[in-house]
Write a protein that binds this ligand. Sequence first.
Ligand SMILES: Nc1ncnc2c1ncn2[C@@H]1O[C@H](COP(=O)(O)OP(=O)(O)O)[C@@H](O)[C@H]1O
Ligand SMILES: Nc1ccn([C@@H]2O[C@H](COP(=O)(O)O)[C@@H](O)[C@H]2O)c(=O)n1
Length: 226
Amino acid sequence: MSIPSFVIGIAGGTGAGKTTVARTVADTVGEAVTRIPIDNYYEDLSHLAFEERTEVNYDHPDAFEWELLREQLNALLMGQPIEMPQYDFEAHNRTDERVTVEPTDVIVLEGIFSLYDEDILEMLDLCVYVMTDADVRILRRIERDVIDRGRGLEGVIDQYLETVKPMHEQFVEPTKKNADVIIPEGANRVAVDLLIEKIQAELAADGPERTDDPDSELSFSEPPRD
Ligand SMILES: Nc1ncnc2c1ncn2[C@@H]1O[C@H](COP(=O)(O)OP(=O)(O)O)[C@@H](O)[C@H]1O
Ligand SMILES: Nc1ccn([C@@H]2O[C@H](COP(=O)(O)O)[C@@H](O)[C@H]2O)c(=O)n1
C-alpha cells in the first residue's frame, strides 16, 4: 500500500477528452496510477422514479455528493483504501456495487468538476484542463451517449441545449482559471506525453523501490497532508 505522492485533477467540458487523457496516462504509467472518475460521485437518486431521474440537471455542481468525494480522496491521501461508488448512465443512478480502491502513488481525479471545489483543489498537485471546442464536444458526446450510454439523439440534443451548455458556461469553463496546464483537443499526443513524463519524474523522485511495508528496509512513512 502507498501514500499517494502526486494527485492530478483533469477537468474540462463534456466530450473534451478527459477520460481519454486519464486512461492513456493510467495505461502508460501502469499500476502506480489510480483513476477516480467524479461521475461515480453523482448523488444517489434511488428515491426518484426513472422518469424523474431523466429530468435532473446533471451539469450543476449540486448533482454531486461532494462530502463523500472529499472524504474518500482524503482517505486515499492518508494511505487508506476506499469503497468507491459506481455509476450507471443508463439508469441515471448509482449502482449497488462499490469497488475497493487501494491508494497508489498517483491519483488521477477526472470529471467536469475536478477543478471546482476549493477543498479538492487543495488536495491537487497538478491541475489540468482539457479544452476542446464546443462543436467538437457535442459531436463526440452525441456519438458516445447514443452508443455507450443508451440515449436517443433527440434527448441528447435537448439535454445539451437545456442544461449541459448553460451549466458548462456558468460552472465548468470558469474552472479553467484553476489549471496549471491546458491540453487542447483531448488526446493530444504531445501534451499527454509531457504529462506522462511529469508523472514518471515524480515517481522517480520518490524512489523506484518505494514501499510502506514495515518489514522492508526501504519502508518509510509520510505525515498526512493538511
Ligand atoms: N483528440 C481526440 N481526437 C478524436 N477523438 C477524441 C479525442 N479525444 C477524445 N476523443 C473521443 O471523444 C469521445 C469523448 O472523449 P472522452 O474522453 O470520453 O471525453 P470526456 O471524458 O471529456 O467526456 C470519445 O469517443 C473519445 O474516443
Ligand atoms: N445520469 C447522467 C449523469 C451525467 N450525465 C452527463 O455526463 C456528463 C459528464 O460526463 P462526461 O464523461 O461527459 O464528462 C455531464 O455533462 C452530464 O450531462 C448524463 O447525461 N446523465
